[in-house]
Design a protein around this ligand. Structure first.
Ligand code: SF4
Ligand code: SF4
Length: 282
C-alpha cells in the first residue's frame, strides 16, 4: 500500500506527519519511506538513516547527429517544452529545458538523435530508525528538473508486496507533486487552519480529483486560525482524520530533530488507528 503525505502549502508539518506515521507503523508492517521532496529533503533529519547505496539520477538529453539530420524540424514541433529550436539548418538543444521524455528521438524520421545521460541528482537508499527502509532523492543545486529524480526514486524501490510505502511529497501543487502522487493509493493532506492553508488545500484537492485518488485531511497547529478549513472540508465531503493542536512543546522538539511520536509517544496509537481509517477509505 502506498500513502503519500502532501500539502498544498510548505511548512504545514508534512514531514512531521510522514516521519511519525512511518515510525508508528513500523511495529505493524514493513515500512518504506520515500523522501520525494528532492529540492529540500529533510526526512533524514528525523529518521536518521544510514545510507548504504548512492546512484546518480540522470536525464537523457538529445544530441543531434548533424550528418544524418535533414533539418525537417519535426523534433522541434514535437517538443512540448521548447527545448529544441531550428536556426537555419541547425537544430539547437537547450538542456536546461529538456525533460528527457524521448519524444524527439522516437519521432525523428532519420534516426539522427542519440541520447546522452546527464546527471542531475542522486538517489540514496539506507536503513533508518525502527528498520524503516529509507529512500532519498536529491536534486543537484542549480538543476531545474525535480520530476525525473522523483520518477527514478520511485522506480529504484520496485513495488513491494506487503510493505507500507510512505511518500513525503514536495510542497505545493506542481509537476513534482503530481509525479509523487502518481500511482499511490491514498493521500494524507496536511494543512493548517489559516487562509493560506485553505487556499493551497483547495489547489491540491483539484489535482487529486483529476487524478481520482482518495484523500483525508490532517489539520496541524489546530487552534491558531479560523474554522474556514473545517467548513471547506464539510462542504467538499473531505474527512478530517486528525487534529494536532498548536503546542510549543511540539515546535521545540521538532526544532531539535525529534519526531512527534518521540515528543508525545501516545500519538503512536493515533497513527496506527489512522492506518485503519485509510484502509477503510481505500
Ligand atoms: S527530426 Fe531528426 S531529421 Fe528532423 S530536424 Fe529533428 S533531428 Fe533533424
Ligand atoms: S527529450 Fe523531450 S523534452 Fe527533451 S528535447 Fe526531446 S522532446 Fe523535448
Amino acid at each position: 500500500m502506498q500513502i503519500a503525505v502532501a500539502s498544498g502549502k510548505g511548512g504545514t508539518g508534512k514531514t512531521t506527519i510522514a516521519t511519525s506515521l512511518a515510525l508508528s507503523l513500523a511495529s505493524l508492517a514493513k515500512v518504506r519511506y520515500f523522501d520525494c521532496d528532492v529540492e529540500a529533503p529533510n526526512g533524514h533529519l528525523f529518521l536518521k538513516p544510514a545510507f548504504s547505496e548512492s546512484t546518480p539520477a540522470v536525464i537523457r538529453i538529445p544530441q543531434i547527429q548533424n550528418e544524418k539530420c535533414t533539418a525537417c524540424g519535426r523534433c522541434v514541433d514535437i517538443c512540448q517544452f521548447h527545448a529544441l529550436a531550428k536556426v537555419g539548418k541547425n537544430i539547437l538543444v537547450f538542456p536546461q529545458l529538456c525533460h528527457g521524455c524521448g519524444s524527439c528521438t522516437w519521432n525523428c524520421p532519420e534516426n539522427a538523435i542519440t541520447e546522452v545521460p546527464n546527471p542531475i541528482g542522486t538517489l540514496e537508499r539506507g536503513l533508518a530508525l525502527e528498520n524503516i527502509e529509507f529512500f532519498r532523492g536529491q536534486l543537484t543545486i542549480s538543476e531545474p528538473m525535480p520530476t525525473p529524480v522523483i520518477r527514478q526514486l520511485k522506480k529504484l524501490a520496485h513495488p513491494s508486496s506487503g510493505s507500507i510505502d510512505i511518500l513525503d511529497a514536495p510542497p505545493g501543487a506542481s509537476c513534482s507533486v503530481v509525479e509523487t502522487l502518481r500511482g499511490v493509493d491514498y493521500v494524507l493532506l496536511v494543512t493548517e487552519p489559516t487562509p493560506f492553508g485553505l487556499h493551497d488545500l483547495k489547489q491540491i484537492i483539484g489535482i487529486l480529483r483529476e487524478m481520482d485518488i482518495s484523500a483525508g485531511v490532517i489539520i496541524n497547529r489546530d487552534g491558531i486560525g479560523d474554522d474556514a478549513v473545517e467548513m471547506y472540508c464539510i462542504a467538499e465531503k473531505l474527512s478530517i482524520l486528525l487534529r494536532i493542536p498548536f503546542n510549543r512543546q511540539i515546535a521545540e522538539g521538532i526544532s531539535k530533530g525529534k519526531t512527534l511520536v518521540e515528543i508525545f509517544p501516545e500519538y503512536s496509537v493515533v497513527f496506527q488507528q489512522l492506518l485503519s481509517r485509510i484502509q477503510e477509505d481505500c
